[in-house]
Structure formats: structure tokens, C-alpha cells
Design a protein around this ligand. Structure first.
Ligand SMILES: CC(C)(COP(=O)(O)OP(=O)(O)OC[C@H]1O[C@@H](n2cnc3c(N)ncnc32)[C@H](O)[C@@H]1OP(=O)(O)O)[C@@H](O)C(=O)NCCC(=O)NCCS
Length: 166
């Protein structure tokens, strides 16, 4: 395997949608709209980071990062997701490589922090923790987690980009 993590290029777009649709087909808690969300973010210029994992010219994974608002204010915080690894490549550390690469890029963009909605058993390894002061949908939840990158913690209720209502 010759794995490369890089930003998406125009020629990758169809493969990103295909990998995302396939990965979420059997995933628990899937809305079935994840590929459309990525397309909506891209169309709105809100795909801050769109990283692909490439093995010998094949896209085998993807991670999206987009701006969020906290208490209706854009605070230089970002949301991670959707993230997808093609079924035959799951469980080989590729998701972790993509997520770590994205978080490093956010850090160097001076982002204040990143949130994620997902299983804490997976996301805690990156330093994500649930913070009762930073909520999604009004209530604290162990599944909604944040990682501070630069600066102080944030407080309030989080809204994702409207593309997530796809
Ligand atoms: C979740 C996903 C992105 C993880 O990527 P991956 O490359 O398969 O995972 P990695 O190889 O980096 O990590 C493997 C580890 O994560 C754990 N893991 C993987 N998916 C997990 C999940 N959904 N919940 C909890 N733990 C998970 C594995 O048990 C393993 O743990 P270990 O290191 O303690 O043995 C990938 O499995 C996927 O695309 N799933 C379908 C889509 C999805 O659910 N996306 C996430 C929601 S936005």
C-alpha cells in the first residue's frame, strides 16, 4: 500500500461521493445523506478541509471539516465530518491518519477548535472530550465532543452549516 493524504482535487469529487455513500450504507446512525452534505458544503464554499486518502490512484477515504457557529456566532471553530473509509480498508488506521492530518491543518490555520458528533471510544484518541458547556441540540451528550486547538474553550450551543440539513 502506498498511502497518501492530500486535499481533494476536482477529479476526486465523484470518488469522494462514492466512498462516502458506500461507507455509510452499513454504518449505524447514518442519515443516508452524507455524500449530499459534502456536495452542499463544497457548493457553498464551506468545505474548509476536504482530505482524501489515496492508495495507488484510488480514493479509499475522506474527511470533511467545515465551519460551525456557536450561539449563532462564527467563532473560528470547525466541525469534523462526515468521515468515511471504504469498507475493505476500515480498521487499518487510515481514518486516524486522515483525522490527525486534518486536525494538524486546522491547528496551523489558527483554528480555535473542532467538534465532532460520534462515538467517544473512537474520537477520544485524538483528544476530543465532551464539555457540558458546549452543546449540540441544547443538551450535553457524551457523543458530542470538542477539541481545543488554539485559545480558550468555547461555550454555547453549536450549529453546523445549513448543508447538514440536506
Ligand atoms: C469510523 C471510521 C471513519 C473509522 O476509520 P477506520 O480507518 O476504519 O478506523 P481506524 O483504523 O483509524 O481505527 C480503528 C479503531 O477505531 C475503532 N473504531 C472504528 N470505528 C469505530 C466506531 N464507529 N466506533 C467506535 N470505535 C470505532 C476500532 O475498534 C479500532 O479501535 P482500536 O484502535 O482500539 O483497535 C470508518 O470505520 C468508517 O468509515 N465507518 C463508516 C462511516 C462512519 O461511521 N463514519 C463516522 C461517523 S461521522
Amino acid at each position: 500500500m502506498t498511502l497518501e493524504i492530500r486535499s481533494e482535487q476536482p477529479a476526486d469529487i465523484a470518488a469522494i461521493s462514492a466512498v462516502t455513500t458506500a461507507a455509510f450504507k452499513t454504518a449505524p446512525h447514518s442519515s443516508g445523506t452524507e455524500a449530499r452534505i459534502i456536495e452542499g458544503l463544497r457548493a457553498a464554499g464551506a468545505l474548509t478541509l476536504s482530505l482524501v486518502a489515496v492508495d495507488q490512484d484510488e480514493i479509499i477515504g475522506h474527511a470533511a471539516f467545515s465551519p460551525i457557529s456557536i450561539a449563532d456566532v462564527q467563532e473560528d471553530w470547525y466541525g469534523l465530518g462526515p468521515v468515511s473509509i471504504s469498507l475493505e480498508h476500515q480498521g487499518q488506521g487510515i481514518g486516524q491518519l486522515l483525522i490527525r492530518a486534518g486536525l494538524e491543518r486546522l491547528r496551523s490555520l489558527q483554528a480555535a477548535g473542532c467538534v465532532v458528533l460520534g462515538d467517544p471510544r473512537y474520537y477520544q484518541r485524538f483528544g476530543f472530550v465532551s464539555d457540558p458547556a458546549l452543546t449540540y441540540g441544547g443538551d450535553p451528550s457524551p457523543y458530542f465532543q470538542r477539541l481545543i486547538l488554539n485559545g480558550p474553550p468555547a461555550a454555547g450551543d453549536v450549529s453546523y452549516h445549513s448543508a447538514f440539513e440536506a
